[in-house]
Design a binder for this molecule. Structure first.
Ligand code: PEP
Ligand code: MG
Length: 578
C-alpha cells in the first residue's frame, strides 16, 4: 500500500525512484542455547564455514580497494585476515564450544569481546583503535553465522536506495562508484558532513526521518524526493508519473541555469562578488568549473584522511594539492588544514573516543596537539603552492592565540623548506575560519593576523544556538536566520572590511538562494558552496541591486524573531518574481 512520509530533512537535492535496501544494524541479538551432544561437531563446522565466508568477503574487498585506491588502503583488510587466522581466537572458540556446550554465536561473541578488550583497555590510542577493528571483524563473522549478510556496498548487483539508521561521511564517500541511487537515514541533520558529502557526490538524500528503517522493507519501491524531503513507499502509478514529470522540470531548470555559467556574478548596479566551490574530493574540481565556479573556496582536506588505515604522507598530499591547484588555475584554491574531529572522526588518531567530539579535539586544536601531522600538511601545501594559486585556511579557531601558534609553525616550516632549497609561493595567503561565537565576536582581532576571513556558518549556527548540526531531534532549532547568527555575520563582515580584509562564507548558508540577498547586502565578498548551488546564487545576484539587498538587511536586523524575518524574505521574493 502506498505510504507518503513528509517529515525528512532534505539533505541533498534530486528525485530518484528505485528499490530499497535496508542496511542492517550493527548490533545483534545473540541468543544463548545449550547444545545437545550430537550438535557439537555441527556447530564447529558452522563456525569454520562462517570464518571462511568472512575471509572470502575480506579478500574480495581487499582486492577491490587495492585496485582502486592502492595497497596502502588495503592494509587494514590484510590485518583483519591475519586476526581471522589467529590460532588463539579459533582454538579458544572451538574448545569452548566443546567444553561449555553452548551455541557458536554466544561463544564466539564472548571470545571476540575478550580479545578486543585486551586492546581497547590499553592506554595507547593506536592499540585501542585496533581493539575496535577486532570488534568490527567479530560483527562480520556474526553476520555470517546469523545468516544476516552484512551488506557490502561494493557487491551490489542492482541500483538501490539505501535505508539506514545512520551513515558516516566515510560510508557516504564509498557510495560514489557503486550502484546507489540515493539514501535515507533515521538520523542526521542538513549540515552534517554525511549530508554535505552526499551533495558533493550528487547523491539525492533525506536524513533525520527517525524511524524510516522500521517503515520500509528491503525490496519496497521508493520515491526519494531530495528537494522536499519526501519519501513515498510503494507509490501508485499516477504518483510515479507525477514525479517523473517533476524530475524533467528540474532537469530543464538546471539547463537554463547552466546558461549563466560564463557570466559574472554581478548585480544590476555593478557590484561583483566571487562564487566559488566547496569540495571534499579532488575529482570535484571539474564539476566546480562546469558550474561556473571562479575558484575553490574550501577544500575539506580531512577527507583524504578518512577510509584508510594509515595517514597520508607529505608526498601523497603534495601530489593531491598540486593537482587541484593546476586544474583550478588561474583561479585560486583554499586548502583548509585538517578539520578532523566532530563528526569526521579519525580512526588513525583515535578522535572517536571523546564524549563530546564537537567540543573536543577538533580542527586546529588537533593540529596544534599533533604537530608532526600539521607540519607534514603545511610542508605539502607549501610545496604544491608553486603549481597554481593556493591559500591556507585554519578551521575551528576559537582564540587568536591559535592563529599565532599556527602561523609560527607555518613560518618554521617555511624556514625548513628554504634551508632544503625547496621552492614555495612566498606570498601565500593565510585565512581563518570564523565558525565559533568566540571567533566571530573577536573578528576584528583575528583579522589583524590573517589575509582573509571565511565564515563557517554550519558550525557558527551549531555553536551559537547550542544545537548539534547532525541531530535530527533538535534540527528544528538549527536556524541560519536566528537574529544571533545574522548579527554575528554582519559584525564579522564589517570587522574584516575595517581591517581591509576579504570576507567570504563557506558554510551551507552561502548556497541558499533565499539568503543570498541578505549576505550580499551585508557586504560579503565571496560565496563558497556546493557546486550545484552556484548557478542558482548567480541568478539571484544578477537580478538584484545593492540598494535592494541593503534595504532587506536594514529591515531584518530590526526584526525580533525568525518567523518575522522569514515572512519578510518571502514577501521580497514574491515581489521580485512579480
Ligand atoms: C562550516 O562550519 O560552515 C564549514 C564550512 O566547515 P564544515 O562544514 O566542514 O565544518
Ligand atoms: Mg566547520
Amino acid at each position: 500500500m502506498e505510504k507518503i512520509i513528509h517529515h525528512g530533512i532534505a539533505a541533498s537535492p534530486g528525485i530518484v525512484i528505485g528499490k530499497a535496501l535496508i542496511l542492517s544494524q550493527e548490533d545483534f541479538c545473540i541468543k544463548m542455547r545449550k547444545l545437545q551432544d550430537k550438535e557439537i561437531e555441527q556447530e564447529i563446522i558452522r563456525f569454520q564455514e562462517a570464518l571462511n565466508t568472512t575471509k572470502q568477503e575480506l579478500i574480495a574487498i581487499r582486492d577491490k580497494v587495492n585496485g582502486r585506491l592502492g595497497t596502502k588502503h588495503a592494509t587494514i583488510f590484510e590485518a583483519y585476515l591475519l586476526v581471522l587466522d589467529d590460532p588463539m581466537l579459533v582454538k579458544e572458540t572451538i574448545a569452548k564450544i566443546r567444553k561449555e556446550r553452548m551455541n557458536v554465536e554466544y561463544v564466539f561473541s564472548q571470545t571476540i569481546s575478550k580479545f578486543a578488550h585486551v586492546f581497547t583497555s590499553m592506554g595507547d590510542e593506536y592499540l585501542r583503535e585496533r581493539g575496535r577493528d577486532i570488534q568490527d571483524l567479530g560483527k562480520r563473522v556474526l553476520h555470517n553465522l546469523l545468516g544476516e549478510k552484512k551488506h557490502s556496498l561494493s557487491q551490489l548487483k542492482e541500483e538501490v536506495i539505501i535505508i539506514a539508521n545512520d551513515l558516516t561521511p566515510s560510508d557516504t564517500v564509498q557510495m560514489r562508484e557503486e550502484k546507489i541511487l540515493g539514501f535515507i537515514t533515521n538520523m542526521g541533520g542538513k549540515t552534517s558532513h554525511t549530508a554535505i558529502m552526499a551533495q558533493s557526490l550528487g547523491i539525492p538524500a533525506i536524513v533525520g526521518l527517525k524511524d524510516i528503517t522500521a517503515k520500509v522493507k528491503t525490496g519496497d519501491e521508493i520515491i526519494l524526493d531530495g528537494y522536499e524531503g519526501i519519501v513515498v513507499i510503494n507509490p501508485v502509478r499516477s504518483l510515479l508519473e507525477e514525479y517523473e514529470k517533476r524530475n524533467k522540470k528540474y532537469i530543464e531548470i538546471k539547463k537554463q541555469l547552466h546558461k549563466l555559467k560564463d557570466l559574472p556574478a554581478v548585480t544590476l548596479d555593478g557590484r561583483e562578488v566571487q562564487l566559488v566551490a566547496n569540495i571534499e574530493i579532488p575529482d570535484e574540481v571539474e564539476l566546480a568549473l562546469e558550474s561556473g565556479a571562479t575558484g575553490i573556496g574550501l577544500f575539506r582536506t580531512e577527507f583524504i584522511y578518512l577510509n584508510r588505515a594509515d595517514l597520508p604522507g607529505e608526498e601523497e598530499q603534495t601530489r593531491v594539492y598540486r593537482n587541484i591547484a593546476k586544474k583550478i588555475a588561474p583561479h585560486s584554491v583554499v586548502l583548509r588544514t585538517l578539520d578532523l574531529g566532530g563528526d569526521k572522526l579519525s580512526e588513525q588518531l583515535g578522535t572517536n573516543t571523546e564524549t563530546n567530539p564537537f567540543l573536543g579535539l577538533r580542527g586546529i586544536r588537533l593540529c596544534l596537539k599533533y604537530q608532526d601531522l600539521f607540519r607534514a600538511q603545511l610542508r605539502a601545501i607549501l610545496q604544491a603552492s608553486t603549481s597554481g594559486k593556493i591559500k591556507i585556511m585554519y578551521p575551528m579557531i576559537s582564540t587568536v592565540e591559535e592563529i599565532k601558534k599556527a602561523n609560527h609553525i607555518l613560518d618554521q616550516v617555511k624556514d625548513e623548506l628554504k634551508k632544503e632549497h625547496i621552492d614555495f609561493d612566498k606570498d601565500l595567503e593565510v585565512g581563518a575560519m570564523i565558525e565559533t561565537p568566540s571567533a566571530a565576536l573577536t573578528a576584528d582581532v583575528i583579522a589583524r593576523e590573517v589575509d582573509f576571513l571565511s565564515i563557517g556558518s554550519n558550525d557558527l549556527i551549531q555553536y551559537t544556538i547550542a544545537v548539534d548540526r547532525g541531530n535530527e531531534n533538535v534540527a528544528y532549532l538549527y536556524e541560519p536566520l536566528h537574529p544571533s547568527i545574522l548579527r554575528q555575520i554582519k559584525y564579522v563582515i564589517e570587522a574584516g572590511h575595517r581591517a581591509g580584509k576579504l570576507v567570504g562564507m563557506c558554510g551551507e548558508m552561502a548556497g541558499e538562494p533565499e539568503l543570498a540577498l541578505i549576505l550580499l547586502g551585508m557586504g560579503l565578498d565571496e560565496f563558497s558552496m556546493g557546486s550545484a548551488n552556484i548557478p542558482k546564487i548567480k541568478k539571484v545576484i544578477r537580478e538584484a541591486t545593492m540598494n535592494q539587498a541593503k534595504g532587506i538587511v536594514n529591515k531584518i536586523l530590526d526584526l525580533p524573531t525568525v518567523e518575522a524575518i522569514k515572512k519578510l524574505i518571502k514577501q521580497t521574493h514574491i515581489r521580485n518574481e512579480e
